[in-house]
Design a binder for this molecule. Structure first.
Ligand code: F6P
Length: 323
């Protein structure tokens, strides 16, 4: 393997730049050339490639976002789009591809590799932490710390005014951010797609808190909760009881930005090295992750299709500690 390409795709995540840097530097370390592909899969289809050198990735380790830009590309969903991408990779003399992204990114990578035999290795880059095969995804730790910082501030107002706040966090299909941040901020309840807490259960929890002299409360809501987002849930609670003075905050995209934490920088660096070394040793259609503090390769198919499960022990302690 003499030349590899790297791209970021899907929602950006803090630490993607650290991963790009690690991919570039590891390749150069092993006397390989690297090209960066801009705008994710769209850049593969358009041939938007640029050679990256050791110094092209200087001073990006601590920067949020992605220097390669990112996109969700419709054209790559079709076999024709993937064919064009493959033609461009071959034309540019690329021997292997590293893709950094989430579920959708890996689906595209797997199809490209299956249809053309082109070697592809994935790195889990998403704040949602919803990929099987890595204890943490790149960006998750930074995102939960951002949420903690925001909720701690909201707590000051909730407390000063004896209010009930509904804070909505990201997680279209999963509640990892909501659960972890809920424990870390002492939320009275956490609403996620996996937990299936109904409005009546929530009202019962709020009333129990009131009976034990709670004067303010914060409910963390994952955006994908089946009861609806924070606005919807607050409305449904109001329909059941008028007792609380409620406010709603949707944290939105501020969760995706910012300088990566130490954990995310180190995770991204380890995985960037692992991806290049996996390609060099002939692996393809795998995701490099960290499991029990060791690099682990998981097939892209498993990473995509195995539903990552929320930690039961965390659910239990969240309930115990929120009384
Ligand atoms: O996939 C990560 C994620 O942050 C989801 O939790 C969220 O629903 C989505 O991205 C938002 O994506 P966009 O930036 O396209 O609105």
């Amino acid at each position: 393997m003499k030349k590899i390409a790297v791209l970021t795709s899907g929602g950006d995540a803090p630490g993607m730049n650290a991963a790009i840097r690690a991919v570039v530097r590891t390749s150069v370390f092993h006397d390989m050339e690297v090209v960066g592909v801009f705008q994710g899969y769209q850049g593969l289809i358009d041939g938007d490639f640029k050679r990256l050198h050791v110094r092209s990735v200087a001073k990006i380790l601590g920067r949020g976002g992605t220097i390669l830009k990112s996109a969700r590309c419709q054209e790559f969903l079709s076999p024709e789009g993937r064919k064009r991408a493959h033609v461009n990779l071959v034309k540019a003399g690329v021997d292997g591809l590293v893709v950094i992204g989430g579920n959708g990114t890996f689906k595209g990578a797997m199809k490209l590799s299956r249809e053309t035999g082109f070697p592809v290795v994935g790195l889990p880059g998403t704040i949602d932490n919803d990929l099987c095969g890595s204890d943490c995804t790149i960006g998750f730790d930074t995102a939960i710390n951002t949420v903690i910082d925001a909720v701690d501030k909201i707590r000051d107002t909730a407390d000063s005014h004896n209010r009930l706040f509904f804070v909505e966090v990201m997680g279209r299909d999963s509640g990892f951010i909501a659960l972890k941040a809920g424990i870390a901020t002492g939320a009275v309840a956490v609403m996620t797609p996996e937990l299936g807490i109904g409005i009546d259960d929530l009202v019962a929890v709020l009333q129990a808190g009131e009976q034990s002299n709670k004067t303010s409360s914060i409910v963390l809501v994952a955006e994908g909760d089946p009861n609806g987002g924070a606005y919807e849930i607050a409305k449904k609670v109001k329909e059941k009881t008028q007792r609380y003075e409620t406010r709603i905050t949707v944290l939105g995209h501020l969760q995706r930005g910012g300088a990566p934490t130490c954990s995310d920088r180190v995770l991204a660096s380890r995985l960037g090295v692992a991806a290049v070394e996996a390609l060099r040793s002939g692996h393809s259609e795998v995701m490099a992750g960290i499991v029990n503090d060791r690099v682990a390769l998981t097939s892209l198919e498993t990473a995509i299709e195995t539903k990552s499960t929320i930690n039961d022990d965390e659910v239990r302690i969240a309930r115990i500690l929120s009384i």
